[in-house]
Unconditional design. Structure first.
Length: 369
């Protein structure tokens, strides 16, 4: 009698989407009929062990991944995508699947460590400028320039992971899952733009979590951009430091105060009435000519990393547990494991590590005894 393997159907679907494949493409790569794959994903039938091996090899997932329990996927309707308008659904599905795998790592971590509880207000009627001020007040930031964004949101209970390099069309996204807020960042961008993306996604988590307002679409993106601008560059701080009608060299000097891009500071100054429409357009044109629209020449070099993930893997190392061991327990490849952490904690994983910056707090993480 032919023996079937106990396979969790949704895990085949998740792995396939993570690799950006359609059922027809997986059928071709794995040399398994399209009808059979459809039956496996819907749970009508289960594959035999040799077929599981073929599917696992085609998707580059360990065989044990497919026999694990059901996975609580990230809810697609609650995701705020910061991505190009024409980004294909396949790319978004792949990024969401990568986020789901990272969320499994988070579940694994919370069984062994105590992480900060979420401390984000939920604002039903989002006025972005007011919302940013309320969060800054709640987090005791005053009007000072915003410190390390990754450390800051982590200290207030946001779980931060990196997007894999194969999802570069997605800048970032945020989502609530089972009462925990997540931010996923593209760590291949400039430091300044990464900070803005983190603040942008924080805005979505704060303003669009209640369901009263859509977390997608042009208006939601405009609100999140305004929130990020106000959160990173408080009006009182900008008005106190920057002169009206500032020259471009003053803007390039001033952007270092708030650790933002030159374009972001220019926009904020125009929004606050420090630049006229003509001045704003002229400076934007000059910045674009100098390469500031797509890059940040002579920008910040030190990337903002995760203190939570760094401390987790440092703590695990003292117990003789390596990242590859964690990957084995999750049923994913070491490569997929590293992509969840890429640009956030690789230095710490390889040895040495970084000391957390201005937002280091003893309460950030502790081992569960």
């Amino acid at each position: 009698m032919r023996q079937s393997t106990m396979v969790t159907p949704s895990r085949i679907t998740l792995a396939r989407k993570r690799r950006g494949l359609t059922l027809a493409e997986l059928s071709q790569h794995a040399d398994v009929s399209l009808q059979s794959l459809s039956n496996y994903e819907t749970g009508r039938t289960s594959p035999r062990p040799p077929t599981v091996r073929k599917i696992a090899a085609a998707l580059d997932f360990p065989e044990q991944f497919f026999s694990g329990p059901e996975i609580n996927e990230l809810p697609p309707e609650g995701i705020s995508w910061r991505a190009r308008t024409k980004t294909s659904p396949r790319v978004l599905d792949s990024a969401r699947a990568a986020g789901t795998l990272a969320a499994q790592l988070y579940d694994w971590i919370t069984e062994r460590f105590r992480l900060p509880d979420p401390d984000l207000p939920s604002l039903g009627k989002p006025d972005p400028e007011t919302a940013a001020g309320m969060v800054r007040t709640r987090w005791d930031l005053g009007h000072a320039p915003t410190p390390n964004m990754v450390h800051l949101v982590e200290a207030h209970g946001v779980r931060v992971f990196s997007l894999p390099p194969d999802s570069l069309e997605v800048d970032a996204f945020a989502v609530w899952r089972c009462g925990a807020p997540f931010i996923f960042l593209n760590t291949m961008k400039t430091v300044e733009r990464g900070r803005f993306d983190a603040a942008h996604e924080l805005g979505h988590l704060v303003m669009h979590a209640s369901g009263e307002h859509s977390c997608t679409g042009p208006e939601a993106e405009r609100q999140a951009n305004t929130f990020a601008s106000a959160f990173l560059m408080p009006a009182a701080s900008v008005l106190g430091h920057m002169p009206a009608g500032a020259r471009i060299d003053q803007i390039l000097e001033g952007k270092r105060i708030w650790k933002v891009s030159a374009m972001a500071l220019t926009y904020r100054m125009h929004d606050l009435g420090l630049l006229t429409d003509w001045q704003y357009r002229s400076i934007c044109a000059e910045l674009s000519t100098r390469g500031y629209r797509t890059d940040e020449p002579q920008g910040l070099k030190k990337r903002e990393t995760s203190q939570v993930l760094t401390k987790v893997f440092q703590g695990l190392r003292t117990k003789g547990i390596r990242p590859n061991d964690v990957a084995d327990q999750l049923g994913v490849t070491a490569g997929d494991m590293k992509k969840m952490l890429f640009g956030l904690t690789m230095t710490a994983m390889e040895g040495g590590g970084e000391h957390a910056g201005g937002q280091t707090r003893d309460r950030v993480l502790s081992l569960v005894q």
